[in-house]
Design a binder for this molecule. Structure first.
Ligand SMILES: NC(=O)c1ccc[n+]([C@@H]2O[C@H](COP(=O)([O-])OP(=O)(O)OC[C@H]3O[C@@H](n4cnc5c(N)ncnc54)[C@H](O)[C@@H]3O)[C@@H](O)[C@H]2O)c1
Length: 354
Protein backbone atom coordinates (compact mmCIF):
# COMPACT_ATOMS: atom_id res chain seq x y z
CA UNK A 1 0.00 0.00 0.00
CA UNK A 2 1.38 3.43 -0.91
CA UNK A 3 2.54 5.91 1.68
CA UNK A 4 -0.07 8.34 0.37
CA UNK A 5 -3.62 8.50 1.67
CA UNK A 6 -6.17 8.99 -1.11
CA UNK A 7 -9.13 10.90 0.31
CA UNK A 8 -12.58 11.80 -1.05
CA UNK A 9 -14.92 14.37 0.52
CA UNK A 10 -18.72 14.44 0.37
CA UNK A 11 -19.71 18.08 0.99
CA UNK A 12 -17.26 20.83 0.00
CA UNK A 13 -18.20 23.24 2.78
CA UNK A 14 -16.13 25.05 5.39
CA UNK A 15 -14.80 21.87 7.04
CA UNK A 16 -13.56 20.48 3.72
CA UNK A 17 -12.05 23.90 2.98
CA UNK A 18 -10.07 24.00 6.24
CA UNK A 19 -8.90 20.41 5.75
CA UNK A 20 -7.80 20.94 2.14
CA UNK A 21 -6.12 24.28 2.96
CA UNK A 22 -4.32 22.79 5.98
CA UNK A 23 -3.00 19.89 3.91
CA UNK A 24 -1.83 22.25 1.14
CA UNK A 25 -0.05 24.38 3.75
CA UNK A 26 1.64 21.33 5.27
CA UNK A 27 2.95 20.39 1.81
CA UNK A 28 4.00 23.96 0.95
CA UNK A 29 5.76 25.10 4.12
CA UNK A 30 6.04 21.82 6.02
CA UNK A 31 3.69 23.49 8.51
CA UNK A 32 2.81 21.06 11.30
CA UNK A 33 1.73 23.52 13.96
CA UNK A 34 -1.42 22.87 15.93
CA UNK A 35 -1.60 19.12 15.55
CA UNK A 36 -1.62 16.57 18.38
CA UNK A 37 0.65 14.33 16.29
CA UNK A 38 2.94 15.56 13.53
CA UNK A 39 3.43 11.95 12.49
CA UNK A 40 1.09 9.05 13.11
CA UNK A 41 1.92 5.48 12.07
CA UNK A 42 4.48 6.89 9.62
CA UNK A 43 1.99 9.31 8.03
CA UNK A 44 2.25 13.08 7.95
CA UNK A 45 -0.56 15.47 6.90
CA UNK A 46 1.33 16.09 3.64
CA UNK A 47 0.76 12.42 2.71
CA UNK A 48 -2.94 13.18 2.18
CA UNK A 49 -3.99 13.49 -1.48
CA UNK A 50 -7.50 14.57 -2.41
CA UNK A 51 -8.80 12.43 -5.26
CA UNK A 52 -12.58 12.99 -5.38
CA UNK A 53 -15.15 15.49 -4.10
CA UNK A 54 -18.95 15.65 -4.20
CA UNK A 55 -21.38 18.51 -3.72
CA UNK A 56 -24.71 19.78 -5.03
CA UNK A 57 -24.18 23.55 -5.05
CA UNK A 58 -23.92 25.19 -8.49
CA UNK A 59 -21.16 27.44 -7.13
CA UNK A 60 -18.94 24.39 -6.42
CA UNK A 61 -19.86 21.54 -8.82
CA UNK A 62 -17.63 21.40 -11.92
CA UNK A 63 -14.92 23.51 -10.29
CA UNK A 64 -11.53 22.20 -9.26
CA UNK A 65 -11.56 21.33 -5.54
CA UNK A 66 -8.69 23.79 -4.91
CA UNK A 67 -10.98 26.60 -6.12
CA UNK A 68 -14.39 25.29 -5.03
CA UNK A 69 -13.35 25.45 -1.35
CA UNK A 70 -13.43 29.26 -1.66
CA UNK A 71 -16.85 29.45 -3.33
CA UNK A 72 -19.68 31.05 -1.40
CA UNK A 73 -21.37 30.43 0.94
CA UNK A 74 -18.08 29.01 2.36
CA UNK A 75 -16.68 31.66 4.69
CA UNK A 76 -13.87 30.22 6.77
CA UNK A 77 -10.36 31.64 7.04
CA UNK A 78 -8.26 31.63 3.88
CA UNK A 79 -4.68 30.49 4.62
CA UNK A 80 -3.54 29.52 1.10
CA UNK A 81 -4.25 30.85 -2.38
CA UNK A 82 -6.69 29.10 -4.74
CA UNK A 83 -5.05 26.61 -7.10
CA UNK A 84 -5.94 23.57 -9.19
CA UNK A 85 -5.55 20.20 -7.49
CA UNK A 86 -6.67 18.21 -10.52
CA UNK A 87 -9.90 17.05 -8.82
CA UNK A 88 -13.22 18.31 -10.15
CA UNK A 89 -16.17 18.51 -7.74
CA UNK A 90 -18.77 15.99 -8.94
CA UNK A 91 -22.51 16.53 -8.81
CA UNK A 92 -24.04 14.29 -6.14
CA UNK A 93 -27.74 13.56 -5.52
CA UNK A 94 -29.30 16.11 -3.15
CA UNK A 95 -31.53 13.69 -1.21
CA UNK A 96 -32.27 15.49 2.07
CA UNK A 97 -28.99 17.47 2.02
CA UNK A 98 -30.61 20.90 1.87
CA UNK A 99 -33.07 21.81 4.59
CA UNK A 100 -35.43 24.78 4.83
CA UNK A 101 -32.69 27.40 5.28
CA UNK A 102 -29.95 25.95 3.05
CA UNK A 103 -32.32 25.53 0.12
CA UNK A 104 -32.73 29.34 0.20
CA UNK A 105 -28.96 29.88 0.19
CA UNK A 106 -27.86 27.16 -2.27
CA UNK A 107 -28.67 26.97 -5.97
CA UNK A 108 -28.57 23.31 -6.99
CA UNK A 109 -26.27 22.51 -9.93
CA UNK A 110 -27.95 21.54 -13.19
CA UNK A 111 -25.14 19.11 -14.08
CA UNK A 112 -26.10 15.42 -14.24
CA UNK A 113 -25.64 13.35 -11.08
CA UNK A 114 -22.65 11.00 -11.07
CA UNK A 115 -22.57 7.41 -9.85
CA UNK A 116 -20.84 8.09 -6.53
CA UNK A 117 -19.51 4.54 -5.91
CA UNK A 118 -18.14 4.34 -9.46
CA UNK A 119 -16.52 7.78 -9.14
CA UNK A 120 -14.91 6.66 -5.87
CA UNK A 121 -13.58 3.49 -7.54
CA UNK A 122 -12.29 5.38 -10.58
CA UNK A 123 -10.49 7.90 -8.37
CA UNK A 124 -8.70 5.22 -6.37
CA UNK A 125 -10.04 6.76 -3.14
CA UNK A 126 -9.17 4.87 0.04
CA UNK A 127 -11.12 6.98 2.55
CA UNK A 128 -14.43 8.86 2.17
CA UNK A 129 -15.23 11.68 4.61
CA UNK A 130 -18.92 12.53 5.00
CA UNK A 131 -19.29 16.30 5.57
CA UNK A 132 -22.96 16.80 4.61
CA UNK A 133 -25.15 19.19 6.67
CA UNK A 134 -26.70 18.21 10.00
CA UNK A 135 -30.06 16.49 9.61
CA UNK A 136 -29.19 14.97 6.20
CA UNK A 137 -30.08 11.51 7.43
CA UNK A 138 -30.68 9.98 4.01
CA UNK A 139 -27.68 11.66 2.39
CA UNK A 140 -25.35 10.52 5.20
CA UNK A 141 -26.53 6.91 4.92
CA UNK A 142 -26.26 7.13 1.14
CA UNK A 143 -22.55 8.01 1.44
CA UNK A 144 -21.98 5.16 3.94
CA UNK A 145 -23.56 2.78 1.38
CA UNK A 146 -21.42 4.18 -1.43
CA UNK A 147 -18.27 3.65 0.67
CA UNK A 148 -19.30 0.02 1.26
CA UNK A 149 -20.05 -0.45 -2.44
CA UNK A 150 -16.78 1.10 -3.58
CA UNK A 151 -14.68 -0.65 -0.90
CA UNK A 152 -13.35 2.49 0.84
CA UNK A 153 -13.00 3.35 4.52
CA UNK A 154 -15.66 5.71 5.90
CA UNK A 155 -15.35 8.66 8.28
CA UNK A 156 -18.60 10.25 9.42
CA UNK A 157 -17.95 13.86 10.47
CA UNK A 158 -21.59 14.71 11.18
CA UNK A 159 -24.18 13.54 13.70
CA UNK A 160 -26.20 10.94 11.81
CA UNK A 161 -25.56 7.83 13.88
CA UNK A 162 -23.87 5.35 11.56
CA UNK A 163 -20.53 4.20 12.98
CA UNK A 164 -22.04 4.15 16.49
CA UNK A 165 -24.95 2.02 15.22
CA UNK A 166 -24.21 -1.73 15.65
CA UNK A 167 -26.13 -2.61 12.46
CA UNK A 168 -23.88 -0.36 10.35
CA UNK A 169 -20.80 -1.52 12.25
CA UNK A 170 -21.67 -5.06 11.16
CA UNK A 171 -21.90 -3.99 7.51
CA UNK A 172 -18.41 -2.46 7.65
CA UNK A 173 -17.07 -5.55 9.48
CA UNK A 174 -18.50 -7.83 6.80
CA UNK A 175 -16.78 -5.83 4.07
CA UNK A 176 -13.51 -5.59 6.03
CA UNK A 177 -13.61 -1.78 5.85
CA UNK A 178 -12.71 0.55 8.74
CA UNK A 179 -15.18 3.17 9.92
CA UNK A 180 -14.67 6.14 12.25
CA UNK A 181 -17.54 8.29 13.63
CA UNK A 182 -19.85 9.90 14.47
CA UNK A 183 -19.74 13.73 14.54
CA UNK A 184 -16.19 15.04 14.68
CA UNK A 185 -15.14 16.45 18.05
CA UNK A 186 -13.24 19.67 17.55
CA UNK A 187 -9.64 19.94 18.69
CA UNK A 188 -10.35 22.45 21.43
CA UNK A 189 -14.07 22.99 21.04
CA UNK A 190 -17.07 23.35 23.27
CA UNK A 191 -17.63 19.60 23.63
CA UNK A 192 -14.16 18.61 24.83
CA UNK A 193 -14.04 21.65 27.15
CA UNK A 194 -17.50 20.97 28.54
CA UNK A 195 -16.91 17.26 29.08
CA UNK A 196 -13.52 17.88 30.68
CA UNK A 197 -14.94 20.47 33.09
CA UNK A 198 -17.86 18.21 34.00
CA UNK A 199 -15.44 15.36 34.62
CA UNK A 200 -13.15 17.60 36.67
CA UNK A 201 -16.06 18.55 38.91
CA UNK A 202 -17.00 14.88 39.39
CA UNK A 203 -13.37 13.84 40.04
CA UNK A 204 -12.95 16.66 42.60
CA UNK A 205 -16.07 15.60 44.50
CA UNK A 206 -18.22 18.52 43.35
CA UNK A 207 -21.88 17.65 42.70
CA UNK A 208 -22.89 18.97 39.30
CA UNK A 209 -26.43 20.31 39.65
CA UNK A 210 -27.19 21.69 36.19
CA UNK A 211 -25.35 22.69 33.05
CA UNK A 212 -25.94 24.26 29.67
CA UNK A 213 -24.08 25.27 26.52
CA UNK A 214 -25.21 27.85 24.00
CA UNK A 215 -23.51 28.09 20.59
CA UNK A 216 -23.76 30.77 17.92
CA UNK A 217 -22.12 31.14 14.52
CA UNK A 218 -22.51 32.74 11.11
CA UNK A 219 -21.95 29.94 8.58
CA UNK A 220 -24.28 27.59 6.70
CA UNK A 221 -23.86 24.97 9.42
CA UNK A 222 -25.50 27.37 11.89
CA UNK A 223 -28.09 28.60 9.34
CA UNK A 224 -29.09 24.98 8.71
CA UNK A 225 -29.32 24.30 12.43
CA UNK A 226 -31.99 26.99 12.88
CA UNK A 227 -34.31 24.21 11.77
CA UNK A 228 -34.94 22.47 15.09
CA UNK A 229 -36.24 19.28 13.45
CA UNK A 230 -32.82 18.73 11.76
CA UNK A 231 -31.04 19.27 15.06
CA UNK A 232 -32.13 16.27 17.07
CA UNK A 233 -28.99 14.19 16.50
CA UNK A 234 -26.67 17.19 17.02
CA UNK A 235 -28.21 17.87 20.44
CA UNK A 236 -28.05 14.19 21.30
CA UNK A 237 -24.43 13.88 20.18
CA UNK A 238 -23.23 16.95 22.10
CA UNK A 239 -25.34 16.18 25.19
CA UNK A 240 -24.37 12.51 25.41
CA UNK A 241 -20.66 13.45 25.21
CA UNK A 242 -21.00 15.47 28.43
CA UNK A 243 -23.54 13.27 30.22
CA UNK A 244 -21.49 10.12 29.64
CA UNK A 245 -18.84 11.43 32.04
CA UNK A 246 -21.18 12.26 34.93
CA UNK A 247 -22.32 9.16 36.85
CA UNK A 248 -25.75 10.59 37.81
CA UNK A 249 -28.54 12.41 35.95
CA UNK A 250 -28.03 16.17 35.59
CA UNK A 251 -30.44 18.64 33.94
CA UNK A 252 -28.53 19.52 30.75
CA UNK A 253 -29.29 21.65 27.70
CA UNK A 254 -26.70 21.79 24.91
CA UNK A 255 -26.96 22.81 21.31
CA UNK A 256 -26.59 25.34 18.51
CA UNK A 257 -28.66 28.39 19.39
CA UNK A 258 -28.57 31.09 16.72
CA UNK A 259 -27.21 32.18 13.35
CA UNK A 260 -25.56 35.60 13.16
CA UNK A 261 -24.34 36.08 9.60
CA UNK A 262 -21.50 38.52 10.24
CA UNK A 263 -19.75 36.07 12.56
CA UNK A 264 -18.93 34.03 9.42
CA UNK A 265 -17.23 30.75 10.42
CA UNK A 266 -16.42 32.04 13.92
CA UNK A 267 -18.25 30.16 16.62
CA UNK A 268 -18.90 31.45 20.11
CA UNK A 269 -19.77 28.93 22.81
CA UNK A 270 -21.04 29.86 26.27
CA UNK A 271 -20.71 27.08 28.81
CA UNK A 272 -22.20 27.20 32.30
CA UNK A 273 -21.83 24.56 35.01
CA UNK A 274 -23.41 24.93 38.44
CA UNK A 275 -22.77 22.68 41.40
CA UNK A 276 -22.13 22.42 45.09
CA UNK A 277 -19.09 21.28 46.99
CA UNK A 278 -18.04 20.72 50.61
CA UNK A 279 -20.60 22.08 53.06
CA UNK A 280 -23.11 22.52 50.23
CA UNK A 281 -21.37 25.76 49.19
CA UNK A 282 -22.25 26.80 45.62
CA UNK A 283 -19.85 26.86 42.67
CA UNK A 284 -20.53 28.26 39.21
CA UNK A 285 -18.23 28.06 36.19
CA UNK A 286 -19.01 30.33 33.26
CA UNK A 287 -16.86 30.26 30.15
CA UNK A 288 -16.85 31.79 26.70
CA UNK A 289 -14.94 30.13 23.85
CA UNK A 290 -14.23 31.77 20.48
CA UNK A 291 -12.91 29.68 17.58
CA UNK A 292 -12.89 29.37 13.80
CA UNK A 293 -15.08 26.32 13.69
CA UNK A 294 -13.88 24.58 10.54
CA UNK A 295 -10.18 24.69 11.48
CA UNK A 296 -11.09 23.33 14.90
CA UNK A 297 -12.25 20.13 13.21
CA UNK A 298 -9.59 19.86 10.48
CA UNK A 299 -6.60 18.87 12.64
CA UNK A 300 -8.67 16.17 14.33
CA UNK A 301 -9.85 14.96 10.92
CA UNK A 302 -6.20 14.55 9.89
CA UNK A 303 -5.82 12.11 12.82
CA UNK A 304 -9.00 10.26 11.78
CA UNK A 305 -7.84 9.97 8.16
CA UNK A 306 -4.49 8.55 9.21
CA UNK A 307 -6.18 6.08 11.57
CA UNK A 308 -8.51 4.96 8.76
CA UNK A 309 -5.53 4.31 6.49
CA UNK A 310 -3.79 2.31 9.23
CA UNK A 311 -7.05 0.37 9.68
CA UNK A 312 -7.05 -0.43 5.95
CA UNK A 313 -3.43 -1.61 6.10
CA UNK A 314 -4.29 -3.91 9.00
CA UNK A 315 -7.59 -5.00 7.43
CA UNK A 316 -9.64 -3.87 10.43
CA UNK A 317 -13.32 -4.11 9.50
CA UNK A 318 -15.95 -2.08 11.40
CA UNK A 319 -15.69 0.77 13.86
CA UNK A 320 -12.21 1.68 15.10
CA UNK A 321 -13.45 2.41 18.60
CA UNK A 322 -10.25 4.04 19.93
CA UNK A 323 -9.93 6.42 16.98
CA UNK A 324 -13.64 7.20 17.17
CA UNK A 325 -13.42 7.99 20.90
CA UNK A 326 -10.42 10.28 20.26
CA UNK A 327 -11.81 12.12 17.25
CA UNK A 328 -15.62 11.99 17.55
CA UNK A 329 -18.39 13.31 19.82
CA UNK A 330 -20.68 10.27 19.44
CA UNK A 331 -18.36 7.24 19.15
CA UNK A 332 -19.46 3.64 19.72
CA UNK A 333 -17.64 3.81 23.10
CA UNK A 334 -17.47 7.17 24.91
CA UNK A 335 -14.28 7.84 26.95
CA UNK A 336 -12.73 10.76 28.86
CA UNK A 337 -10.31 12.35 26.43
CA UNK A 338 -7.11 11.28 28.24
CA UNK A 339 -8.20 7.62 28.12
CA UNK A 340 -9.30 8.03 24.51
CA UNK A 341 -5.85 9.35 23.63
CA UNK A 342 -4.16 6.44 25.43
CA UNK A 343 -6.26 3.85 23.59
CA UNK A 344 -5.76 5.68 20.30
CA UNK A 345 -1.97 5.56 20.75
CA UNK A 346 -2.19 1.83 21.57
CA UNK A 347 -4.11 1.31 18.33
CA UNK A 348 -1.56 3.28 16.31
CA UNK A 349 1.28 1.29 17.88
CA UNK A 350 -0.49 -1.98 17.04
CA UNK A 351 -1.12 -2.85 20.70
CA UNK A 352 -4.88 -3.04 20.25
CA UNK A 353 -6.98 -4.22 17.33
CA UNK A 354 -9.42 -1.32 17.10
N1 LIG B 1 -16.02 22.11 13.87
C1 LIG B 1 -16.91 21.91 12.91
O1 LIG B 1 -17.05 22.70 12.03
C2 LIG B 1 -17.75 20.66 12.99
C3 LIG B 1 -17.72 19.86 14.12
C4 LIG B 1 -18.52 18.72 14.16
C5 LIG B 1 -19.34 18.38 13.09
N2 LIG B 1 -19.37 19.21 12.00
C6 LIG B 1 -20.30 18.83 10.91
O2 LIG B 1 -19.62 18.61 9.69
C7 LIG B 1 -20.52 18.87 8.60
C8 LIG B 1 -19.83 19.83 7.63
O3 LIG B 1 -19.66 21.11 8.25
P1 LIG B 1 -19.36 22.39 7.37
O4 LIG B 1 -19.09 23.50 8.30
O5 LIG B 1 -18.40 22.06 6.29
O6 LIG B 1 -20.81 22.61 6.70
P2 LIG B 1 -21.15 23.41 5.37
O7 LIG B 1 -22.58 23.77 5.44
O8 LIG B 1 -20.14 24.50 5.17
O9 LIG B 1 -20.91 22.31 4.21
C9 LIG B 1 -21.81 21.30 3.86
C10 LIG B 1 -21.66 21.05 2.36
O10 LIG B 1 -22.46 19.92 2.00
C11 LIG B 1 -23.05 20.19 0.72
N3 LIG B 1 -24.15 19.24 0.50
C12 LIG B 1 -25.47 19.33 0.83
N4 LIG B 1 -26.11 18.20 0.45
C13 LIG B 1 -25.19 17.41 -0.15
C14 LIG B 1 -25.25 16.12 -0.74
N5 LIG B 1 -26.39 15.42 -0.83
N6 LIG B 1 -24.11 15.59 -1.26
C15 LIG B 1 -22.94 16.30 -1.20
N7 LIG B 1 -22.83 17.52 -0.65
C16 LIG B 1 -23.95 18.05 -0.12
C17 LIG B 1 -23.41 21.66 0.81
O11 LIG B 1 -23.65 22.22 -0.46
C18 LIG B 1 -22.15 22.22 1.50
O12 LIG B 1 -21.16 22.54 0.54
C19 LIG B 1 -21.79 19.48 9.23
O13 LIG B 1 -22.76 18.48 9.36
C20 LIG B 1 -21.29 19.93 10.60
O14 LIG B 1 -22.30 19.99 11.59
C21 LIG B 1 -18.59 20.32 11.93
Amino acid sequence: MSKKIRVAVAGVGNCASALVQGVIKSKEDGDLEGLSFAELGGYRPSDIEFVAAFDVNKSKVGLDLGEAIFSPPNNTLQIVSPRKLGVVVSRAPVLDGLGKYLSRMVEVSDQPEVDVAQTLRDSGAEVLINYVPVGSERAARFYAEQALKAGVAFINAMPTFIVSDPAWDRKFREKGLPAIGDDVMSQLGSTVLHKTLARLMVDRGVTLLRTYQVNIGGDTDFANMLEESRLKTKRESKTSAVQSLVPYPVPTRIGPSDYIEFLENRKYAYIVLEGKYFGGAPIRIELKLEVWDAYNSAGVMIDAVRAAKIGLERRVGGAITSASAWTMKHPPIQLPYSEAKEQFMEFIEGKRER
